[in-house]
Design a protein around this ligand. Structure first.
Ligand code: PRX
Length: 650
C-alpha cells in the first residue's frame, strides 16, 4: 500500500478525453461541468427538483429537501413515485419497449435477451406471485441468487409492490444469511436451486435451508430453477417452498404499481463496519432513484445505442445502483454475466465484449490487476474496439493498472472514470465526467454534481490531507442503519457537525483533485469487498481455543488487501497447521470464502498500548515484513497511519 500511495501522489500524467468523445458527451467541457456544479451547490433544491422532473411521479413533492432535523434529511417529501415503474413501465407505450433491457450470458454459454417489454411482463408476473403469497408493502424480502435475470426481476418486483429487498451476495455463508434475516425480520426468501461458478454447481438452496433452520419468521421461499440436472434437484419443504416457474406460469401479466412515498424504504443492504455486527444500510425511494438516475446518465454518458456492462454482482451496492437501477432508469441496454472471468478460459470477458458489442465497461481494480497478470494475449484474441468508455470502482486503482487498462483495454482512446463511493452514499460521489474532466491515473478527480466534498482534520478544519467529508446532504444518501439510529448518528455524523464522515482518508492536490488514500477505520477492502476486522475477530474469539485475536489487512498484489489474523491461544493449545486450517475454515463457514484469511499468525501475546489497545500498526509492519524499529519514512504512508491512529484514539 505504502509504495502505491507514494507513487499515486507523485503521479503527474494527465489524460484528456478525445475531441471525438467530447463532441458526443452529455457534458462536453470542464466549463460546462463547473457551471452545472456551481448551480447544483448554490441552488440544490432547484437543481435536484429539475432532475427529478425527468422521472415519473404519481404526485409531486412538497419540498425538494427538508433539513430541519439533521441527520434525518428528507428528499422530495410527500412526493409519490415508484422506481420499478420508472425503470420499465414508463417506456411501455414508447418505441423503447422493443429495446433490449437486459442481455444476459450464463456461465455455461447460454444466453437470454429481455426487451423492456419482456422485463415488464416478468416483473409484473413476479409482483403478482409475491402478492399472492402474502408479501405486502414494507415486508422484508431476502434475495439470495446467482447473477441471473431473475435477480434483477426480483429486485424490481419487490420495488413494484413496495416490499423492501435485502440482497445477500451469493458468496455469503448460511450464518450470514441468518444474521441478516434476524436483524431485519424478513419473512420471505427468494433463492435458486443452484448457481454456476467455474463450471461447478453451487448448492444455494441447501445453504438457505441451513440458514432458516429455527428461523420461524420465514414463511415462504420462492425457488428459481437454474440447473437442469434432475439428480441435483434440491429439497423443497412442502407448504413453505415453491418453484418460481410453477407460480409464474399462472400469474397475470399486469400488476398494480404501489405508489410509494418518496421516503418509504426501498431496500436494505448489509455492509461491514467497525463493530462486530454488519449494519443494514437503509435507502429510500425518491432520493435514491433521482441520484442513481443522474449519476448513471452523466458518468456513463449513456446513449441509446450503448451496450453497458457493469461486472459487479447485484449482491453489492454497485450492482444495485449500476447494474439494475441507474441504467434502467436511463432506458439503457445492460449486459449481465453470471460466471467467473476466467471460465472456460481467461479470454471470457473479451469474448463477451466482442460478442455483444459492449461499449461501456465498468469493473474493479482487483479484476484489472488479474487481467493484467493473465497477459495481453488473451485480450488480443478478440476485437474489443466497440468499447468507448471504461470505469473502475471499489478501491483506489494503482497507476500501473490504470495505464494498462487505458492502453490495452481502452486502446488509448477510452476515458476512464474512477468512481469513489460507498454502500451508504447510494451512488457515485467523486469521479470525472468523461467528456469534461481530464484524468490522472489513480485519482478519482472531482465531486459529482451536488456533492460538496472536502477534506477536514479531526477538528473540522480544512486540510490538504485528512479525512474525506461531505458537507451537505445529497439525494442518494443513506437514511439510517436498520433498527439502530444511535449507531447511524455515531458512525457517520458525530465527527463534525452536520457533515458526513465516510471513513476514508484523502488528499486534495493543487488542481483540486481528490486522491483517495484508503480506509482510516478498521474496515479492510479485499477484492473490493468490505470486511470489518472486528467482525472477524469476534468470530475467532468465540472459538474455545482462542484467547485473543487481531485482524488486519495487508497489501496483496491482486486483491488489494488480504486478511491476516494474529491469534493468541489459550494455555496449552498448540498453534499448528491443522489449527490454522480449522480457523480459516471457521471464517469461510461463518462469513463466506471471500473473507478467508490469507495467513494466521499465532502469537504469545498481542502488542498493546498502555491503555490496552492492540497496536495494529505494529501488526501491519510485522505482517508486511517491515522491521518494527524502522518504520518506513514514506511521508504518505505515515499520513495514512497517523490518520488511522488518530481515528483509533477517538
Ligand atoms: O474505501 C472506499 C472504497 O470502498 C469503500 C466503500 O465500500 P462499499 O460500501 O463496499 O462500496 C464499494 C463500491 C461503491 C469506500 O469507503 N472505494 C470505493 N470506490 C473507491 C474506493 N476507494 C478509492 N477509490 C475508489 N474509486
Amino acid at each position: 500500500m505504502e509504495k502505491e500511495l507514494e507513487s499515486l501522489l507523485k503521479e503527474d500524467r494527465v489524460f484528456s478525453p478525445s475531441a471525438e468523445f467530447k463532441k458526443q458527451a452529455a457534458v462536453k467541457s470542464r466549463e460546462e461541468y463547473e457551471a452545472l456544479y456551481k448551480e447544483s451547490i448554490n441552488n440544490p433544491e432547484g437543481f435536484w427538483g429539475k432532475v427529478a422532473k425527468e422521472l415519473h411521479w404519481f404526485k409531486e413533492w412538497k419540498n425538494v429537501l427538508n433539513e430541519d432535523e439533521p441527520p434525518a434529511y428528507k428528499w422530495f417529501e410527500e412526493g409519490k413515485t415508484n422506481i420499478a415503474y420508472n425503470c420499465v413501465d414508463r417506456y411501455i407505450d414508447t418505441p423503447k419497449r422493443n429495446k433490449a433491457a437486459i442481455i444476459w450470458e450464463g456461465e455455461p454459454g447460454d444466453s437470454r435477451v429481455l426487451t423492456y417489454w419482456d422485463l415488464y411482463r416478468e416483473i409484473n408476473k413476479c409482483a403478482n406471485v409475491l402478492r399472492n403469497m402474502g408479501v405486502k408493502k414494507g415486508d422484508r424480502v431476502i434475495i439470495y441468487l446467482p447473477m441471473i435475470p431473475e435477480l434483477a426481476i426480483s429486485l424490481l418486483a419487490c420495488a413494484k409492490i413496495g416490499a423492501i429487498h435485502s440482497v445477500v451476495f451469493a458468496g455469503f455463508s448460511a450464518q450470514s444469511i441468518k444474521d441478516r434475516i434476524m436483524d431485519c425480520g424478513a419473512t420471505f426468501v427468494i433463492t435458486a436451486d443452484h448457481g454456476w461458478r467455474r463450471g461447478k454447481l453451487l448448492n444455494l438452496k441447501d445453504i438457505v435451508d441451513e440458514a432458516v433452520t429455527d428461523c420461524v419468521n420465514i414463511k415462504n421461499m420462492l425457488v428459481i430453477k437454474r440447473s437442469e440436472h434432475e439428480k441435483t434437484s434440491c429439497h423443497m419443504q412442502k407448504g413453505r417452498d415453491y418453484w418460481y416457474a410453477d407460480l409464474m406460469n399462472d400469474a397475470a401479466v399486469t400488476a398494480e404499481t404501489e405508489e410509494m412515498d418518496s421516503e418509504d424504504m426501498l431496500f436494505l443492504l448489509y455492509t461491514s463496519g467497525t463493530t462486530g455486527k454488519p449494519k443494514g444500510i437503509v435507502h429510500t425511494t425518491g432520493g435514491y432513484m433521482v441520484y442513481a438516475y443522474l449519476t448513471a446518465k452523466y458518468i456513463f454518458d449513456l446513449k441509446e445505442t450503448d451496450v453497458y456492462w457493469c461486472t459487479a454482482d447485484i449482491g453489492w451496492i454497485t450492482g444495485h445502483s449500476y447494474v439494475v437501477y441507474g441504467p434502467l432508469l436511463n432506458g439503457a441496454t445492460c449486459l449481465m454475466y453470471e460466471g467467473a472471468p476466467d471460465y472456460p478460459d481467461k479470454a471470457r470477458m473479451w469474448e463477451i465484449i466482442e460478442k455483444y458489442g459492449v461499449s461501456i465497461f465498468y469493473t474493479a481494480p482487483t479484476a484489472i490487476r488479474a487481467f493484467m497478470k493473465w497477459g495481453d494475449d488473451w485480450v488480443k484474441k478478440h476485437d474489443i474496439s466497440s468499447l468507448r468508455l471504461l470505469g473502475t470502482v471499489g478501491e483506489s486503482i494503482n497507476p500501473e493498472a490504470w495505464m494498462w487498462y487505458h492502453r490495452v483495454i481502452g486502446n488509448e482512446k477510452c476515458p476512464i472514470v474512477d468512481t469513489w463511493w460507498q454502500t451508504e452514499t447510494g451512488g457515485i460521489m467523486i469521479t470525472s465526467l468523461p467528456g469534461a474532466v481530464e484524468t490522472k491515473p489513480g485519482c478519482a478527480t472531482l465531486p459529482f454534481l451536488g456533492i460538496e466534498a472536502g477534506i477536514l482534520d479531526a477538528n473540522g478544519q480544512e486540510a490538504d490531507t485528512g479525512f474525506l467529508a461531505v458537507k451537505s446532504p445529497w439525494p442518494g444518501m443513506l437514511r439510517g442503519i436498520y433498527g439502530d439510529d444511535e449507531r447511524f448518528r455515531a458512525t457517520y455524523w458525530s465527527k463534525w457537525e452536520n457533515t458526513y464522515f465516510p471513513g476514508d482518508g484523502a488528499h486534495k492536490d493543487k488542481d483540486g483533485y481528490f486522491w483517495l488514500l484508503g480506509r482510516v477505520d478498521d474496515v479492510i477492502n479485499v477484492s473490493g469487498h468490505r470486511l470489518g476486522t472486528s467482525e472477524l475477530e469476534s468470530i475467532f474469539v468465540a472459538d474455545s481455543v482462542v484467547a485473543e485475536a487481531a485482524v488486519i489487512g495487508i497489501k496483496h498484489e491482486i486483491k488489494g488487501q488480504a486478511v491476516v489474523a494474529f491469534i493468541s491461544l489459550k494455555e496449552g493449545i498448540n498453534g499448528d497447521k491443522t489449527l490454522e486450517g480449522n480457523l480459516k475454515k471457521l471464517i469461510s463457514e461463518k462469513v463466506g470464502k471471500f473473507a478467508m484469511p490469507e495467513r494466521i499468525i499465532f502469537s504469545g501475546e498481542l502488542p498493546k498500548t498502555r491503555s490496552g489497545k492492540i497496536m495494529r500498526r505494529l501488526l501491519r509492519d510485522i505482517a508486511e515484513g517491515r522491521s518494527m524499529g524502522n518504520i518506513t519514512t514514506l511521508a504518505d504512508s505515515q499520513v495514512v497511519e497517523s490518520l488511522k491512529e488518530k481515528y483509533e484514539e477517538d
